[in-house]
Design a protein around this ligand. Structure first.
Ligand code: FAD
Ligand code: NAD
Length: 402
């Protein structure tokens, strides 16, 4: 009899951790493990704002998958998933098809524009390595073009960021580090460059207490970020955002939308019932009504029963989903009862550049400044270590001193 085949879709935090744990839990004779990913590399999505600003090189944020996962143990397929045909236990890839006995869908997030007119066409997104690199290159191109143009228009140097959630704030935090470097490189007066963050809500980062939010706003404003809070973006054009009740146009040369994320569109293509783009999974992380399909990471809504709402989509949660998912696949293979996912909240950290940040950790302790920035690096390094061991940590880790 042939071995059961476990297929993991997506090599982000959730997919890499699930694959790694399965290789540790199961004998090679027990099951065939297949990992499918669009590229031959895994990337740290949590570092994409740094790639986008250009404060780290994109190669630091990515790792060749076969350097971390043994290709003799796990079959690695580099291809794009088009859809899952649940009734036939089959995955349709761009270039082939693949059958499965157990399936893990961990295809991550895509940027959500909420249908705002022109956003897809005119704004750039911090979604993956390629889109992040495009932002960095576009921004630098604006500086070069400004430097070399005869009729200088300072609007071309403005960087406009839509949304002041984690991604928007962490991105402007990196920009305040990068912009002075670009000004120096191209001999441009720093005062000509504006970094504008537009947010519909009256404040930023609603998950943090007011004192930490005030700290973050003050720190970023002091370093040159202009906030437009309580200002809804109605439309995006080639020239910038159209905002507020009076439809004011804020012009910019670089327009970045960080207004939210949703689950991978493959979920919809595959006929899963969606809630705001994701699948609300059972306590054991299986898709409703499916015995052999797990949906984890940013593709899943996992309910926080105590709060009556889903947990926010984070790498921290995605890696914990992976542990439960691997345990439950092992349980299915061995006919044990499945376990329910329990989130172990280790806290929340937002960086405000390389040496600044805010954090609420474990027992509610609040941090700001360098200690929070250090905490962020510890969290980043821990994720590298969990996914790729000491080798990946030493190669890619954030171990430089401030
Ligand atoms: P992902 O990490 O998005 O991985 C999905 C994988 O699937 C990728 O490898 C992708 O290439 C692949 N893929 C996608 N589509 C296809 C396809 N059709 N076919 C084949 N492969 C495909 N969370 C935290 O906890 N802490 C943080 O500090 C933090 N910082 C963040 C900073 C930024 C800028 C962003 C954008 C997010 C941040 N997050 C953070 C959230 C975190 O990155 C996500 O929650 C996490 O990446 C989800 O992991 P995942 O494995 O579900 O998906
Ligand atoms: P988000 O949903 O957290 O924030 C989006 C922001 O955009 C919100 O503040 C929203 O009010 C604003 N917005 C939406 N529509 C708008 C409009 N029309 N005009 C103006 N503002 C508008 O999205 P995100 O920042 O991309 O984060 C996505 C997820 O990734 C979060 O749930 C978070 O948990 C996770 N994340 C975590 C970290 C971290 O832990 N450090 C970092 C980045 C992302």
């Amino acid at each position: 009899m042939s071995k059961p085949r476990i297929v993991v879709l997506g090599a982000g935090y959730a997919g890499m951790m699930t694959t790694k744990r399965l290789t540790q839990k199961l004998n090679p004779e027990e099951a065939e493990i297949v990992l499918v990913n669009k590229h031959n590399y895994h990337y740290q999505s949590t570092w994409l704002h740094e790639v986008a600003a250009g404060t780290i090189n994109h190669n630091q944020a990515r790792t060749i998958i076969s350097d971390v996962i043994n290709p003799n143990r796990v079959r690695l397929i580099y291809d794009s998933v088009a859809k899952v045909e649940k009734d036939e236990n089959k995955v349709v890839l761009e270039n082939s098809e693949l059958s499965y006995d157990y399936l893990v869908i961990s295809l991550g997030f895509v940027t959500n524009t909420f249908g705002i007119k022109g956003m897809d066409k005119h704004a750039m997104f911090i979604q993956d390595i390629d889109t992040a690199q495009m932002i960095r290159e576009h921004m630098e191109y604006q500086f070069i073009q400004y430097k070399n143009s005869e009729e200088k228009n300072t609007d071309d140097l403005t960087i406009l960021v839509g949304g002041a959630g984690f991604t928007g704030i962490e991105f402007v935090g990196e920009l305040v580090e990068k912009v002075p470097q670009l000004c120096k490189k191209y001999d441009i007066d720093r005062r000509h460059v504006r970094i504008i963050n537009v947010e519909a809500a009256p404040s930023i980062l609603p998950m943090f207490d007011k004192d930490l939010v005030d700290y973050a706003i003050h720190s970023l404003e002091q370093r040159g970020v202009e906030f437009r809070l309580g200002t809804k973006i109605n439309e995006c054009t080639e020239e910038g955002f159209i905002v507020g009740e009076d439809n004011e146009l804020i012009k910019a040369g670089t327009i970045v939308w960080t207004g939210g994320v949703t689950g991978n569109p493959v979920l919809g293509e595959s006929g899963f019932e969606l809630t705001r783009g994701k699948v609300t999974v059972n306590g054991d992380l299986r898709a409703p009504g499916e015995e052999n399909i797990f949906i984890i990471g940013d593709c899943a809504w996992v309910m926080d029963e105590a709060a009556g709402r889903p947990f926010p989509p984070t790498a921290q949660a995605a890696m914990q989903h992976a542990e439960t998912c691997a345990n439950n696949i092992e349980a299915l293979l061995h006919n044990y009862p499945l376990e329910n996912f329990v989130f172990d909240d280790k806290g929340t950290v937002a960086s405000l550049g390389v040496t600044d940040g805010i954090a609420t950790i474990l027992d509610g302790t609040k941090l700001s400044g360098k200690s929070a920035a250090t905490m962020k690096k510890v969290v980043d390094n821990r994720a590298l270590f969990l996914i790729g061991g000491l080798n990946m940590f030493l190669k890619k880790g954030k171990i430089r001193p401030f």
